[in-house]
Design a protein around this ligand. Structure first.
Ligand code: NAD
Ligand code: FE2
Length: 311
């Protein structure tokens, strides 16, 4: 039994190497990622540098309410740089089509010219969805699939507050159709935020359950590209490093949310995994997790963790 298993793994690795030798691949990353404690202070200047005059800040009401939290710090930096903004707090977890339509309306009513998403994957994907329908047509369901976007989104920056999805640097926007409870994905290089911010200080107060769930998402997002036929040497090294980091940092971050070292390592890991799957893609766990999450409006990381271990 053990011999058969090793034989299969070794045959699998040989075929994986053979495929890798002959592959051409492109490699997508955000043009700029600010990383480290305190980097959020730079967002106002960067918005100005990008010519943003009035930003739609896309977030959730509970995040906007936190004293000196991610949203308040983002707004303070924008104010210091003299950049105007309107705040849209209508993002639901597993963002719905109704959220992106409401965000688009506010963008137009307020005369915005750019978007900053503040939160986890739900805020980033909602902001991407708003940008998508602003420039590519109102019916986002028609844009499900790979490289369906003809036009660029408005300038978009992402302030990340969970160490999980990697959405602050990926080409994916995962949206739930509230009519049939199905999740669909718009995958395009045009969705990659221009600039992303990963400041671990913004993650110190992420609740324990969210830390665990989002960390499991990052773990699965490091495993699936490693065993994907679309892997390449760069994504392999990212996956291996991410898996190693998560093994020690995730239990520490869950046990003590204020452990800045563990939070920092989890951000490194989720970025590595995000870059890996952005290029080598995901697998069956995510295919099933999206639909479980869509049907039951369940946290994405919990769905991934459940399905990774299901036989
Ligand atoms: N686009 C991609 O590449 C990609 C990849 C994987 C998953 N996703 C999608 O992302 C979504 C899930 O995102 P998520 O797992 O980051 O969860 P989330 O964005 O839904 O956030 C989970 C909860 O944590 C709270 N929270 C977030 N940051 C916080 C902070 N700093 N302090 C306190 N509370 C905080 C949020 O308000 C929310 O209630 C799903 O819709 C999933 O399908 C997208
Ligand atoms: Fe995921």
């Amino acid at each position: 039994m053990l011999f058969t298993m090793f034989h299969n793994v070794s045959a699998y690795k040989q075929s994986k190497e053979a495929i890798a030798m002959n592959r051409q691949f492109d490699f997508l990353m955000p043009s700029v990622n600010f990383f480290g404690p305190g980097v959020i202070e730079k967002i106002g200047d960067r918005a100005k540098m990008l010519g943003m005059h009035k930003v739609l800040v896309v977030t959730q009401d509970n995040l906007a309410a936190i004293d000196n939290g991610p949203v308040k710090q983002t707004l303070a930096s924008l104010e210091k740089a003299g950049v105007d903004y309107a705040v849209f707090t209508g993002v639901e977890p597993n963002p719905k089509i109704r959220n992106i339509k409401a965000g688009k309306k506010m963008y137009e009513d307020e005369g915005c010219d750019s978007i900053i998403t503040v939160g986890g994957g739900s805020a980033h994907d909602c902001g991407k969805g708003i940008g998508i329908i602003l420039t590519n047509g109102d019916d986002i369901t028609k844009l499900a699939g790979i490289e369906t976007l003809k036009n660029p989104l408005p300038p978009l920056m992402a302030v990340n507050t969970t160490a999980g999805t990697g959405s602050e640097l990926t080409r994916h926007a995962v949206i739930t159709n509230e009519k049939d409870h199905l999740k669909f994905v718009v995958v395009s290089w045009r969705n990659i935020p221009l600039v992303s911010f990963n400041d671990p200080m913004l993650m110190l107060d992420v609740p324990q359950s969210v830390t665990a769930a989002t960390g499991c998402d990052a773990f699965v997002q490091a495993i699936e590209p490693y065993v994907s036929v679309d892997h390449n040497p760069i994504t392999d090294s990212q996956c291996k490093e991410a898996i190693q980091l998560i093994q020690t940092a995730l239990p520490e971050a869950v046990a003590n949310g204020h452990n800045i070292e563990a939070r920092t390592k989890m951000v490194e890991a989720e970025m590595l995994a995000g870059m890996a799957f952005n290029n080598a893609n995901l697998g069956y766990v995510h295919a099933m997790a999206h639909q479980l999450g869509g049907q039951y409006d369940a946290p994405h990381g919990v769905c991934c963790a459940l399905l990774l271990t299901t036989r």
